[in-house]
Write a protein that binds this ligand. Structure first.
Ligand SMILES: [Fe+2]
Ligand SMILES: [Fe+2]
Length: 294
């Protein structure tokens, strides 16, 4: 697949668990990014994830003077409610036919049992059912394979277990799903990320990094053939990881020599502090309302 190159990129953080200091923006649990990617002189708007609720996203978009009607595509990183809960509310504001890219298992029943039962998948009221989203104009494009969206921008597809680097083979989350009426471990195989080839190098965007951030970066390199990493952006899900796992992640990331690391959401305070110590100015914390220029 010829991925091509992006001609201009700007990323707006529409949702994060942190709103920044002295900020008018609203924080919430989850992430949502608006990717403005230029190709052939045209600006394309790609919404990556919809956090838990649509209202704070729409509020933040208003502050940023962004009109939801200009959205061209939606990508859902995985089924969890903190990435899909705002879908229905946002698609109602988009109010037109729009492709929604996700993994075929996005509608699975995913849940945790500790400390008590918690349904973790797409919430039917906020996120919408498959049919409800279709009625609002959503066109589901469900694929395990990479897909090129616009010049330079591509979906990573599923990161299969064999593709994962050794210390990321086990997911840190304790989630379950139901297969043929039986409860089995949910390894969140449905998580997909995004890669963007820019003048400065490869940009990798992730929702929660359940397959492991290093394995996702490696997959983006493999698909694009670009091994110069400019930026890695998203939630790295190290919030429940021990220092050993965080250190292994830092060491592996250093080998890729990223020029920027923008982490937030489920990265966790401990990992963020360790990133800051190790990476200095390369590391920046994500927050709602932040605009990343390239
Ligand atoms: Fe998450
Ligand atoms: Fe998640």
């Amino acid at each position: 697949m010829d991925i091509g190159k992006n001609e201009g990129l700007k990323i707006y953080v529409l949702a994060d668990d942190y709103a920044g200091y002295n900020s008018l923006f609203l924080a919430q649990h989850g992430v949502s990014f608006l990717i403005e990617a230029e190709s052939n002189g045209v600006k394309h708007w790609i919404l990556f994830d919809t956090a838990s609720y649509s209202e704070p996203i729409l509020f933040n978009m208003k502050l940023l003077k962004l009109n939801p009607k200009n959205m061209d595509m939606i990508v859902l990183s995985h089924s969890h409610f903190d990435h899909t809960g705002g879908l229905l509310g946002i698609i109602k504001k988009i109010n037109k036919n729009i492709p929604i890219f996700a993994h075929p298992d996005i509608f699975k029943i995913s849940f945790s049992m500790e400390p008590e039962f918690l349904y973790a998948g797409i919430p039917p009221i906020g996120g919408g059912t498959k049919e409800e989203i279709e009625r609002q104009g959503g066109i589901w494009i469900l694929s395990k394979d990479p897909i090129r969206l616009v010049s330079g921008v591509f979906i990573l597809g599923e990161i299969e277990r064999e593709e994962k680097i050794s210390f990321e083979k086990e997911t840190s989350v304790h989630l379950y799903k139901i297969v043929d009426g039986r409860v089995v471990r949910d390894e969140v195989e449905d998580e997909i990320g995004l890669g963007i080839v820019t003048e400065k190098g490869l940009v990798v965007m992730v929702g929660c990094s359940h397959p492991g951030i290093i394995s996702m970066v490696r997959k983006a390199i493999e698909i694009s053939g670009v091994d110069e990493i400019y930026a890695i952006i998203g939630g790295f899900h190290l919030i429940d990881a021990d220092s050993n796992r965080i250190n292994k992640t830092i060491e592996a990331l250093k080998k890729y020599n990223p020029k920027k690391i923008y982490a937030g959401h489920c990265t966790g305070l401990k990992a963020e502090a360790m990133f800051m110590t190790d990476f200095g100015d390369v590391f920046e914390k994500l927050y709602a309302g932040k605009v990343i220029y390239f």
